[in-house]
Design a protein around this ligand. Structure first.
Ligand code: PEP
Ligand code: MG
Length: 571
């Protein structure tokens, strides 16, 4: 969810499901347009393949670029083009379908041959076809960038990349069938301060284009075609929300200090550089997590080292004197880019994600590391690695960081030699080995969004199992306590940058568990500060001791509510 209330007309966005290739009739007049679309998609595909070829050659040597050369040649084959043009004009069907049919018949022919080398060509053809189809079909997605009026966006499943590319100034609210509180779409909605309700099941089928909608991101309600009394009720509610926000903005500038003087740093998570304004406006002490992968989800090519350097520098320079923790790429899972999506992994959340992806593409990874290193001198930078699953993976990662540092030194590029390097703890195996990992890290930050997902085995974006997603599960509280103790045992600070930290009641519990820093969506900073300011350390610690003894999350909730509920409800 993302808090706030909004009202507006529904815009139902139908995303292209992965495997469905659209098939529809066109008129004779439309064949030219369809042909142009294909040519544009082929150009984009050529561009993708050239980038891949260059990277492969740079990384593994010249001979490995040959496969991409062959792909590029296939795209220019006049016979192929002629045969598709003929099919388009005679069948009068859309170009996606023609491309798909062409692939099917070619693959069939190749697979009937006995030569294994020729058989393998069918894989190449499939690869190229997928790329072309992606470009043809992704056109729909990117049209969200061309919204011309204010709307409430209703969708089956908006991807994080849709959120990044859409024209946000026209999106008043978001309603989605899939997704949970910690899905990246929800996280981005909070970052962009767009009220959102996710996990509604069949909303995108029920709501029609143009329906008047009220989205209440606080209660999780969506009302279709509200009557007059309902409208009046929500107008009143909106006024109350405004009043509450006004109170919170008066807290924003105050320190997050308990009544007995214990200060805990409350920072913000950001996804795009433009969020630094929001960080300052909400009184965050810095950035505890910059999800750098969103720079890679803008439409177009992967950002170069130079483009990244500029983005990191911009964030650091906008927040002088405030620590900014830049997390290296956490692509994969639900944060897909074409390069990963095309692999069609069965279990993307357990697969080629985050540090695993970076370790398999050293060129990409080192580009990013050098960009961060070079930017580090422009502010209080810290570096953080995502999804570390154990000590050996951390060693391999640190070795690449050393190589990147050496490359900067050789080029005479200045960087902060004592740049703090931390790790995220978001995989149970990392939590269980936190004592070992802490020996090589300057800090640890617990990512509960994933830690809960992987510990309880519950997909954080799947509304059907959302009821199991429970931060107060005894297993989660024990792991958090272990990581805090291990970190402190090794003399390093422990923070949390998962969404759990953004809940005021949980923040009190985390204070009691000994957490040094909390980082969250910027909008949540004032309410968490208010919660921390309304308690003393001793009572928070007592609550934490009790919570750790509880046998169910419900008991933890009841304890926290009975001890602190009144104070938090009183605003
Ligand atoms: C987390 O897993 O808690 C986290 C902060 O990282 P992300 O939400 O980007 O996966
Ligand atoms: Mg994570």
């Amino acid at each position: 969810m993302s808090s706030g209330i909004s009202l507006g007309p529904a815009f139902v966005f139908h995303d292209d499901e992965e495997s469905a290739i659209p098939r529809y009739s066109i008129t004779e007049k439309e064949t030219d347009g369809e042909w142009q679309r294909l040519q544009a998609a082929i150009e984009k595909t050529k561009n993708d393949i050239s980038v891949l070829r260059d990277r492969t050659v740079q990384e593994t040597g010249l001979e490995n670029g040959a496969i991409f050369e062959a792909h590029l040649m296939m795209l220019d084959d006049p016979d192929v083009q002629e045969s598709m043009e003929h099919a388009l004009k005679t069948s009068l069907l859309n170009i996606e379908w023609i491309v798909h049919q062409h692939e099917q018949s070619l693959v069939k022919r190749l697979e009937s041959l006995s030569d294994p080398l020729l058989k393998e060509r069918s894989l190449d053809i499939h690869d190229i076809t997928r790329r072309i189809l992606d470009h043809l079909m992704f056109k729909e997605r990117f049209s969200l960038a061309d919204l011309s009026h204010d709307i409430i966006l209703v969708s089956r499943n908006l991807l994080p990349s849709d959120m990044i590319s859409m024209d946000r100034k026209h999106v008043l609210g978001i309603v989605m069938d899939a997704g949970g509180k910690t899905s990246h779409t929800a996280i981005l909605a909070r970052a962009f301060e767009i009220p959102a309700v996710l996990g509604l099941g069949g909303a995108s089928k029920l709501v029609k284009y143009g329906d008047k909608l009220i989205v209440d991101g606080n209660s999780g309600e969506v009302i279709v075609e509200p009557d007059k009394p309902t409208m009046e009720y929500f107008e009143k509610l909106k006024a109350e929300v405004l009043k509450r926000d006004k109170f919170y903005s008066s807290v924003a500038e105050l320190p997050a200090k308990t009544s007995d003087g214990k200060e805990i740093l409350v920072k913000a998570n950001i996804e795009v550089p433009e969020e630094t304004d929001s960080v300052l406006r909400h009184g965050a002490a810095g950035v505890g997590l910059f999800r750098s992968e969103f720079l890679f989800m803008q439409p177009g090519l992967m950002p170069s080292e130079e483009a990244q350097f500029k983005a990191y520098k911009k964030v650091l320079a906008a927040l002088p004197g405030k620590a900014v923790t830049i997390r290296t790429l956490d692509l994969g899972g639900d944060k897909l880019i074409k390069e990963i999506a095309q692999e069609g992994e069965k279990n993307p959340l357990l697969g080629w994600r985050a540090i695993r992806y970076c370790l398999s593409d050293r060129v990409l990874f080192k580009n990013q590391l050098r960009a961060i290193l070079r930017a580090s001198i422009y502010g209080e930078a810290r570096l953080m690695f995502p999804m570390i699953s154990g000590p050996e993976e951390l060693d391999a990662t640190l070795a690449i960081l050393e190589e990147a540092k050496e490359e900067c030194r050789k080029k005479g590029q200045a960087f902060k030699e004592d740049l703090p390097v931390g790790i995220m703890i978001e995989v149970p195996s990392a939590a269980m080995t936190a004592d070992i990992l802490a020996e090589k890290a300057s800090f640890m930050s617990i990512g509960t969004n994933d830690l809960i997902q992987y510990t309880i085995a519950v997909d954080r974006g799947n509304e059907k199992v959302a009821y199991l997603y429970e931060p107060y599960h005894p297993a989660i509280l024990r792991l958090i306590k272990k990581v805090v103790d291990d970190g402190h045992g090794a003399g390093i600070p422990v923070s949390m940058c998962g969404e759990m930290a953004s809940d005021p009641m949980s923040a009190i519990l985390l204070l009691g568990l000994g957490m040094d820093e909390l980082s969250m969506s910027a909008v949540s900073v004032p309410s968490v500060k208010h919660a921390l300011r309304s308690v003393n350390l001793k009572e928070a610690e007592e609550a934490a001791v009790m919570a750790l003894k509880c046998k169910s999350h419900k008991m933890v909730e009841a304890i926290l509510k009975s001890k602190f509920g009144d104070r938090l409800d009183s605003i």
